[in-house]
Ligand binder design. Structure first.
Ligand code: SAM
Length: 233
């Protein structure tokens, strides 16, 4: 891992102490509704033992929402900050979720292991090449019939709020994060098929729904991939 990325890791370790409070103030009452929207969009109702991976899981709000909704789920939260993951693990009272420490640009899972791979409000904070690598990794580990769900902040409409949004992005994110949030679905269309865009009810977040292959492509029997996940438990 590069020096810069190690620096980012330290930054997130410190941020983990007040991240949840920051999000509460930032998203007001919309957080739960937004997460529910993501979980409902995963279309897992018919699946038995669905397998879900949440990369850049932070303090675990999304992966916890999945575990709450699907009792037989195999859920994995993945993040490179141990500080964030400790906070997430503390919240998992059911002890159902597997938390794995690692870099989003190099996922430690076999190909086609998951029904859903998601990433919430994090891609815009990654450097361009890390973001691209992470998207390719998400595509690699999702099943052919699975979904990749990316949730990102929507650019605010009100001028003043928009200005604050961009200031935050300039101070916290990599140089190209502003471009990235403005681009809409085009970066995803270069990697996935059937890319669609939806918005949470509040309009503050957008959800990019991506498929790996066109519908109708069957999943192979996941022998090796399942064994690899179970080894990690
Ligand atoms: C803004 S937080 C989002 C957390 C969570 N997904 C949410 O919606 O609240 C960004 C997260 O991405 C993680 N992260 C950033 N770069 C990463 C990388 N290269 N690999 C793995 N995790 C990374 C950080 O540690 C942090 O927890």
């Amino acid at each position: 891992m590069s020096k810069i990325r190690r620096g980012r890791q330290k930054y997130y370790n410190v941020f983990s102490y007040f991240y949840d409070l920051f999000i509460k103030l930032h998203s007001h009452n919309y957080g739960e509704e937004t997460r529910k929207f993501l979980v409902d969009s995963a279309q897992l109702e018919e699946k038995i033992h669905p397998r879900v991976l949440d990369i850049c899981c932070g303090t675990g709000s999304v992966v916890l929402a999945f575990a709450k909704q699907f009792s037989d789920i195999l859920a994995v939260g993945y993040d490179f900050s141990l500080g964030m993951m400790h906070k997430a693990r503390d919240k998992d009272v059911s002890d159902k979720i597997m938390f794995i420490n690692g870099d989003a640009a190099r996922l430690s899972f076999a190909d086609e292991s998951f029904d859903v791979v998601c990433c919430s409000h994090a891609l815009y904070e990654l450097k361009n090449e890390v973001r691209k690598a992470a998207l390719l990794e998400m595509k690699r580990v999702v099943k052919p019939s699975g979904l990749v769900l990316i949730m990102e902040h929507e650019v605010p409409r009100k001028r003043f709020i928009k200005m604050l949004f961009y200031i935050r992005m300039m101070t916290m994110g990599p140089k190209d994060s502003r471009e990235f949030v403005k681009q809409g679905i085009s970066p995803f269309e270069k990697i996935f098929v059937n890319v669609t865009l939806a918005h949470s009810r509040s309009g503050k977040s957008k959800l990019i729904i991506c498929q790996k292959k066109p519908p109708g492509v069957a999943d192979p029997i996941p022998l090796e991939s399942m064994a690899k996940i179970q080894d990690k438990r």
